[in-house]
Each structure stands twice: as structure tokens, then as C-alpha cells.
Design a protein around this ligand. Structure first.
Ligand code: LR7
Ligand code: MN
Length: 635
């Protein structure tokens, strides 16, 4: 019997060893297969310089080509640096028009292969995830109005080159009534000869919302994936998105949106929004940090067991990190630490935020989905059936804006989930201005936003309306959208705020709000609240009674704020800085005598004698120190 036991033990040990070998082989095979596939992928020759050259070459695109030259411009996502002073006058002209027409560096983009290689920016854990065997397939819908040729085609090729063919049903290009010449016959030719590419055209300028609806109406995939027309999908971008939808069709998913530099076309990893969170040290100095990932190595077993629980045919392998042989240092990858989620402010502007603590606790590991209150809007995947059931988009919205918050609210309030999938990365060229024409004479973003506020925001909509003094303007008929909400039996906006976005500052708690008008002269405290106004003193401006840059709130913590920006006095000027919630330089007292006193320094805000600036002076109670806040709480 003793011998038996020994034999049994030996067999168990052998089995275990075999299993390990098998796993390693599997891992290895996956990797080498991936490398082989990469090497065999068709490439095009480099340096298709400018539009006309590219158009001439359009005939060649898509056919098999020699190996990629890793030293060519922009390969591996590297920046293309152009010294415009060294260009010939003719090239310089192209360079300038490229910028002017696109609001990004078209000249640089035109130098880069339409199939350029990109770095693999995923967390290394991602490469070992086994996804469902039967993933749904997808139609990828790319809408555009006047997009540059090289940028548009690179979007399309990045999708075709980096999606498993059986999962990519088609790429639907929707031309929203562009007038660039290369988007006419040349693009038609490209679509005709490129497998899977369909081109549909709007008969008039529809704006991005209805253009997407047009693309959706012809889509045949089980899932629709929307992309802007200046994106680059990276290796493995698609499977993790589809996987979440396969698990539950009410999951609406977005990739991590990486920044493709508008000037150099450099592919930056994890930099949409800023990449840090704020902390402080014990001198109470504010400082920046990468998002900590304490939980990362604590739980190694649960994610594995969880995957098996979902499907018992899953073979799961943990990530094998390196422990350095000389120092015994444990090396790991920081990837997921820079992810930002979507929020919004009461001007109904989309913004980025660090992952809140509640969500970090909820996640088991760095590759788990991250629930996000809102999404940027341009890059996401959704089950076609579910999108239809949810009421697609509001066709009453024009050109640009608002639809992303509308869909985000609707997903959450009507029973779905909106999540960011850390293993899926897609680059996007972020522009500093909009290059194309908008509607003249209408504020379309406001119109779209009022439509969504009317339908989805219940009593909270007044916070938005206060921002422009309830001057709603013409926003059309929203009856059908309200009926949709009723039919879907969606939850309230209050539920959404309390459960999905509890971090949002609620102006209802404000002790005073509206314009802050000086008693001596009809001048108001004025500043925009964004990064443009950081490091600039608050201005004085004639009161205009329209909210906007003159709308301020007094929070219970004594902040004078709008959205995430707070009035801050550190001894010289009053500036707007990100609210830190720690009082200090951001604590103010609005006295019963209507003075505005800075708590720390005990100085009062005083209008300068000429009415053009404000100064901090000892409190004297003169008229130039008296400030009439539009709405003051009775408390
Ligand atoms: O009239 C138009 N018709 C169009 O087809 C206006 C625009 N478009 C196309 C345009 O060519 C582009 O492909 O619509 C797309 C979006 O327009 P952009 O790229 O000029 O704007 P953007 O990147 O700032 O747009 C972000 O916000 C929009 C709000 O309506 C949409 O939701 C965009 O899809 C969204 N983009 C992203 O989410 C990418 C990440 C950017 C951020 C934040
Ligand atoms: Mn865009």
C-alpha cells in the first residue's frame, strides 16, 4: 500500500508537470501564431505623399505588398516630425491647407502608410484572455463629413487588418454630404474593389446623429460598432468588445480611446483626458499620481475561477510575471492604471475622470470592464437588436453634440450597462477645433442638449437651464422620445445620479447661484471654467444676464465654483483652479452684508475704482465690496 501511495503521488506530480508544459506550449503557440499572422499581413508601399498621389495609387491599395519597412514614417505609431521651415514653398502650401481643411496635420498623415504598424498597448494580461468561441459578428459604421483620404482609409484598413475576418461582417462608410473631391468617385472605386466595404451617401447634410442612423439602417451584423473617421484600431481591439455583448446584450461597450497626436500622428498610449489623479502630501500640497492599483496582485484565483464559471470549456492561464533573478524584484505592467471614465457637468459637457474608488473596489483585476456613467460617444459597440429596442438615436438632433450623453443616460436608466473595456484600444485624432461648417444661426449643441434634458433629466434639467437663464430656444418636438422613455419603463434621473454618478456635484446644495453683480457698477465676475482660464485672473465684465461665464455657485464647503473649477486666491489674483475640496485657498464666506471674504486671508473682494478688475483688500463694507448674488438661499 505504501508503494501504491508513492506511485500515486508520483503520477500526480507528473500530471501536474504535464499540465504546466501544455499550458506553456499553448501560450507559446498563441504567440508565435500571432507573429506569423502579423508577418503575413499585406502591406502597402510607404510615402504616398499627397492627395493626388494617393488618389493615383488608390488602385493599388489592398493588394499584397512587400514587408513593412519599420523605419518608414509613423511606423509603430511613431511621430512624424516636420520642420515646416524646411519645406519648399509648394510643400509649405500643402502643409498649411492640410491643417486648415482638417484641423490636424494632413501632410504628416499622408506620409504614413495606410497600413502602418502600431505598438501593442494592451495590458499584457489581455493577450492571454480566451474569449467566447461563438462571438457575434459586427458591422463597423464609420460616418464622415469631409475627411482626409489617408486618415479615413487608415481607419478602414486598421479595422480590416486587425479584426478576425469572421467577426467583421462589413465596414459601412457613411458620407454625410461631403464636398471633398477624393470622397466622390475615388472613394466609390475604393469601396467597390475592397472586400467588405460598403459606401452609403446622405442626400443632404444630416449631421453625425442621422448619418449614424443611416449606416445603422443598412447594417447586417449582429452588433454595430461605431467609429469616428479618424481612428486607428489596434491589435485585438474587437474581440473583448464583442465578448461583453456575447455575455449580455444589454452591455454597451467602448474601447479605451488613445490619443493620436493631431500634429505628429504619434500613437499615444492611455492619454485620453489627463492621466493622473490628484493627491496631497502632509504639507497639504496638491500633487499628481498615477491611479493606484492596490488590488492588482491580491486576487489571483477569483478571475480564473470566474472565467471557468462562465464557460467550463475555458482554459484559463494566469499571467506569468517576471521576478528578476538577481534582485528578486517583482516586475509587472502598469497599463490599466491610466484609464479614465466619462462624466459630464451641468453645462452638459462631456468630461473625463479618474476611476472612482467604488469602481476600483468593484473590479477584480486590471482587465475587468469599468462601468462608466457616460461615454465620449464616437467609439462604441452595441447589439443591433438592443440598440433598436433602446430607440437608437434621437433623429431630431443635428450635426454634432448631445447624442453621447443622451444615449449614456438612456442605457443606464433603461436597464443596460455602459462599460469601458480595458483590453480594447482604439486611437482617435483629437482636434482643437472643428474644421467643417456647422449650421448658421442655430446653436445645435444647445438644441440637442435641451432635447435630451427635456426627455431624460426630470427636475435636474433646471441646473442646466439656469446656465443660460432658461432661454431654451427652439428645440422641436420631443413627444416621441418621451413616449419611448415611458414604453421602456426607464428609471429616474435621480436614480441615475445617486447610483451611477454619485461623484457629481449637485448645484441644489448650493447656498447661492447665478451672476455675482457689484453694487457700485453693473459689472459681474466673469471667467470661463476650463484649462484655458487656469493661471489667468478672474475678469470683470458688464453683466449680461445670460449665465454662461458669469454663472457661479457657492457650495456648502465655501467654494465659489462652476463645474470642476473653483475660485482660488493664493495671494495675488483670484484664479480658477480645479476644485480640490480641501477649503484652503478655495474657501470663501458670503456674508449677510453681501461681502465676499476669503476665509484664509480675511480679505474682501473689491472692484477696482475703474471697474475693470478686482483686488483683495481689507474688508471695509464700501459699495465696491458689495456683491449681489442672483439667487441666495434663505437658510
Ligand atoms: O455633420 C457632421 N457629420 C459627420 O458625419 C459632423 C461630424 N460628422 C462626423 C465626423 O466626420 C466624425 O467622424 O462625425 C464624427 C465626429 O465628429 P468630430 O470627430 O468632428 O468630433 P469629436 O471627435 O469631437 O466628437 C465627439 O463628440 C461627438 C458629439 O456629438 C460625437 O459623439 C463623436 O463621435 C465624438 N468622438 C469621440 O467620442 C471620439 C473621442 C473624442 C472625445 C472626447
Ligand atoms: Mn472625432
Amino acid at each position: 500500500p505504501n508503494n501504491d501511495r508513492i506511485r500515486l503521488l508520483e503520477r500526480m506530480r507528473e500530471d501536474a508537470a504535464n499540465e504546466l508544459r501544455l499550458k506553456e506550449e499553448l501560450l507559446h503557440r498563441n504567440r508565435s501564431q500571432q507573429m506569423m499572422e502579423n508577418a503575413m499581413r499585406p502591406r502597402v508601399p510607404m510615402n504616398p505623399f499627397h492627395d493626388h498621389v494617393i488618389q493615383e495609387r488608390a488602385g493599388q491599395l489592398g493588394s499584397p505588398h512587400p514587408q513593412v519597412d519599420v523605419n518608414a514614417p509613423g511606423e509603430l505609431g511613431r511621430p512624424v516630425m516636420i520642420d515646416k521651415e524646411k519645406l519648399t514653398p509648394e510643400e509649405r502650401q500643402k502643409y498649411e491647407t492640410g491643417w486648415q481643411k482638417n484641423a490636424f496635420n494632413q501632410y504628416a498623415s499622408d506620409m504614413i502608410s495606410l497600413h502602418r504598424s502600431l505598438p501593442d498597448v494592451r495590458d499584457k494580461e489581455c493577450k492571454d484572455i480566451q474569449y467566447h468561441v461563438n462571438l457575434p459578428d459586427t458591422s463597423v459604421v464609420v460616418i464622415f463629413h469631409n475627411e482626409a483620404w489617408s486618415v479615413l482609409l487608415r481607419t478602414v484598413y486598421s479595422v480590416i487588418d486587425r479584426s478576425p475576418p469572421h467577426l467583421l461582417k462589413e465596414v459601412i462608410l457613411v458620407d454625410d454630404y461631403s464636398d471633398f473631391d477624393h470622397l466622390k468617385q475615388p472613394l466609390q472605386d475604393f469601396a467597390d474593389k475592397t472586400d467588405k466595404v460598403k459606401l452609403v451617401r446622405a442626400k443632404k447634410r444630416e449631421g453625425l446623429i442621422r448619418a449614424r442612423l443611416l449606416g445603422f439602417s443598412v447594417a447586417v451584423g449582429e452588433v454595430v460598432t461605431f467609429l469616428d473617421s479618424h481612428c486607428e484600431a489596434t491589435e485585438g481591439w474587437l474581440e473583448p468588445l464583442l465578448d461583453r455583448i456575447a455575455i449580455n446584450i444589454t452591455n454597451v461597450v467602448t474601447p479605451i480611446i488613445d490619443v493620436v497626436d493631431d500634429d505628429t500622428l504619434k500613437y499615444n498610449h492611455g492619454t485620453a483626458g489627463s492621466t493622473s489623479i490628484g493627491g496631497f502630501d502632509w504639507n497639504l500640497q496638491f500633487n499628481w499620481h498615477a491611479i493606484p492599483n492596490h488590488e492588482k496582485r491580491r486576487r489571483w484565483l477569483e478571475p480564473l475561477v470566474d472565467r471557468i464559471g462562465q464557460d467550463e470549456s475555458n482554459v484559463v492561464v494566469p499571467v506569468i510575471d517576471v521576478i528578476e533573478d538577481t534582485t528578486l524584484k517583482y516586475l509587472h505592467h502598469q497599463g490599466a492604471s491610466t484609464i479614465q471614465i466619462g462624466g459630464f457637468d451641468w453645462g452638459l459637457q462631456y468630461n473625463w475622470h479618474p476611476v472612482p474608488e467604488r469602481e476600483k473596489v468593484h473590479r477584480k483585476g486590471p482587465v475587468d470592464p469599468i462601468r462608466s456613467p457616460t461615454m465620449a460617444g464616437g467609439l462604441f459597440a452595441i447589439s443591433k437588436a438592443y440598440f433598436k429596442k433602446l430607440g437608437t438615436y434621437d433623429p431630431g438632433m443635428d450635426i454634432w453634440g448631445g447624442e453621447n450623453l443622451e444615449l449614456s443616460f438612456r442605457v443606464w436608466m433603461c436597464g443596460g450597462t455602459l462599460e469601458i473595456i480595458p483590453c480594447s484600444h482604439v486611437g482617435h485624432i483629437f482636434r482643437k477645433r472643428s474644421p467643417y461648417s456647422w449650421k448658421t444661426g442655430v446653436n445645435v449643441v444647445k438644441k440637442n442638449s435641451v432635447r435630451l434634458a427635456e426627455v431624460w433629466m426630470d427636475e435636474y434639467k433646471t441646473y442646466y437651464y439656469e446656465r443660460f437663464n432658461f432661454d431654451l430656444g427652439e428645440y422641436g418636438d420631443v413627444t416621441e422620445r418621451r413616449e419611448l422613455r415611458k414604453r421602456l419603463k426607464c428609471k429616474s434621473f435621480d436614480w441615475f445620479i445617486k447610483n451611477i454618478y454619485p461623484e457629481l456635484f449637485i448645484p441644489g446644495a448650493a447656498l447661492a447661484s447665478g451672476e455675482i453683480r457689484n453694487k457700485a457698477m453693473s459689472q459681474c465676475l466673469d471667467s470661463s471654467v476650463d484649462h484655458h482660464s487656469y493661471n489667468k485672473p478672474i475678469k470683470m465684465w458688464p453683466c449680461h444676464n445670460q449665465g454662461g461665464n458669469q454663472y457661479w455657485m457657492l457650495s456648502e464647503a465655501g467654494e465659489i465654483r462652476r463645474d470642476e473649477g473653483c475660485m482660488d486666491y493664493a495671494g495675488q489674483f483670484i484664479m480658477i483652479y480645479p476644485c480640490h475640496g480641501m477649503k484652503g485657498n478655495q474657501e470663501w464666506v458670503y456674508g449677510p452684508d453681501n461681502s465676499l471674504r476669503h476665509k484664509n486671508t480675511n480679505l474682501c473682494v473689491e472692484l477696482s475704482p475703474n471697474g475693470k478688475t478686482v483686488e483683495m483688500k481689507p474688508c471695509t463694507g464700501i459699495d465696491r465690496q458689495i456683491w449681489l448674488w442672483k439667487r441666495k438661499d434663505k437658510r
